[in-house]
Design a protein around this ligand. Structure first.
Ligand code: S3P
Length: 447
């Protein structure tokens, strides 16, 4: 795994226009869930378009350790032979989820109501991230946890032998926490109820319904109330994973800031719980259009066309949009640096507990490259330098964070001087073809 190996520095410098089509990989969130739900179904699930990034490969390996048969058939086609709800076997060794918070948290949920004991670990980034947000609700089902101080990995979870269903109000806006509770609820008898005050990505709910679970979602004054009836027999599915809007964000935003660019990014899922970045870019005045809008597999999909947009203006991004673009603030701040005026991003405390503290990592790197940034505990603002106005010239620390690495490489594509990242290795976790795809569009990336 290169995220554990020697650092791979990479430099981006100003290039000619970015043009052509960008076929980005499959959605990371849906890829993890396809493997996990496939492993919990009885029979053979077929998956096409799976993201073959390291995060998802680590989840595939974990599912094998729990007894599922997971086969790579080539070309993004995968086959999963599941063990059934509650059928996870106890793994022989430690489950290493690498860099993936989604992987580890969802798998913890899925095993917490099985009578097995599992030890989890990850890389330096994952082992620094908070897990109590997941293990606290899992304790309500009857699972026990012993981990490092601060609720951090490595950590051992003893699954509940006689799980009870749970009624849980998620205290932070987190699809990972919500999903962990729902996956645990799968093997508890009776109804598990999860309430989220703010809507977060809803792939778990949609996919559980697709796999045949009884699940309802109701919008009430309390928030979104999700009710899952436990111990269903999940039916295997044929899943076509849509392309990842969070990966599409990079070629889209690079095209907006590199002079003369015109890039088409086909087949992007525009689930409203994921599309906040595109709304924000359009508010800023980006020339970003949705072509050929359609429905695929119950999800809205379109081809995105992004053209160079020299007249973008700063905006205030409201807190209630945060969940729908939580992974996109780093690249939004790069666009904001190339706009005029100030972009203020509010209600984004969760950015501090991602693969890195993303407010800190972006602020430090932007300041080093000549962009003014002001930060608070749950907000930050970027003062735009205008189109092509960013100085660049600095090397940025990426802190094992793929999105920090890709964001600064995009910054370098439009800056006066080149921008270097100290380690591009983590990009392999979510967007393994980033370097070749961007180079084919016309970007200049140098090792
Ligand atoms: C994800 C949820 C988000 C997101 C992550 C993927 C998921 O995390 O940042 O990249 O697939 O559920 P939180 O739920 O912790 O906000």
């Amino acid at each position: 795994m290169s995220t554990h190996g020697d650092p791979v520095p990479l430099t981006a410098r100003a290039s000619g226009p970015l043009t052509g089509e960008a076929h980005v990989p499959g959605d990371k969130s849906i890829s993890h869930r396809s493997l996990i739900l496939g492993a919990l179904a009885i029979g053979e699930t077929r998956i096409s378009g799976l993201l073959e990034g390291q995060d998802v490969l680590d989840t595939a390996r974990a599912m094998r350790a729990f007894g599922a048969v997971v086969e790579d058939l080539g070309g993004g086609e995968w086959r999963v032979q599941g063990v059934g709800t509650g059928g996870f076997a106890e793994p022989d060794g430690v489950i290493d989820c690498g860099n993936s918070g989604t992987g580890v948290r969802l798998i913890m949920g899925a095993m917490a109501t099985c009578p097995i004991t599992v030890t989890f670990t990850g890389d330096a980034s994952l082992n620094a991230r908070p897990m109590a947000r997941v293990t606290d609700p899992l304790a309500l089902f009857g699972a026990q946890t012993v981990g490092r101080s601060g609720g951090r990995l490595p950590m051992t979870i003893v699954g509940a032998r006689e799980p009870v269903p749970v009624h849980y109000v998620v205290p932070v806006p987190s699809a990972q926490v919500k999903s962990a509770v729902l996956l645990a609820g799968l093997n508890a008898p009776g109804k598990t109820v999860v309430i989220e005050k703010e809507a977060t990505r809803d792939h778990t709910e949609r996919m559980l319904a697709g796999f045949g679970a009884e699940i309802t979602v109701e919008q009430t004054n309390e928030g979104r109330v999700i009710t899952l009836t436990g111990q269903p027999e999940l039916k295997p599915q044929v899943i076509a994973v849509p392309r990842d809007p969070s990966s599409a964000a990079f070629p889209v935003c690079a095209a907006l800031i590199v002079p003369g660019s015109d890039v088409l990014v086909p087949n992007i899922g525009l689930n409203p719980t994921r599309a906040g970045l595109f709304t924000t870019l359009r508010e800023m005045g980006a020339d970003l259009t949705y072509e050929n809008p359609r429905e695929e597999g119950g999800e809205p999909v379109a081809d995105l066309r992004a053209r160079y947009s020299p007249n973008m203006k700063g905006v205030v991004v409201p807190p209630d949009r945060a969940a729908s673009m939580i992974d996109e603030y780093p690249i939004l701040s790069v666009v904001a640096a190339n706009a005029t005026g100030v972009t203020e991003m509010r209600g984004v405390r969760e950015l501090r507990v991602k693969e890195s503290d993303r407010i800190e990592a972006m602020a430090t790197g932007l300041l080093a490259n000549g962009v003014n940034v002001v930060t608070g505990e749950d907000w930050w603002s970027v003062e735009g330098c205008g189109a092509g106005g960013v100085e660049g010239g600095a090397t940025v620390e990426t802190h094992l964070d793929h999105r920090i690495a890709m964001s600064f490489l995009c910054l370098g594509m439009a800056s006066k001087d080149a921008v270097q990242v100290d380690d591009s290795g983590p990009i392999l976790t979510s967007f393994p073809i980033f370097e070749s795809l961007m180079t084919e569009l016309g970007a200049v990336l140098e090792r």
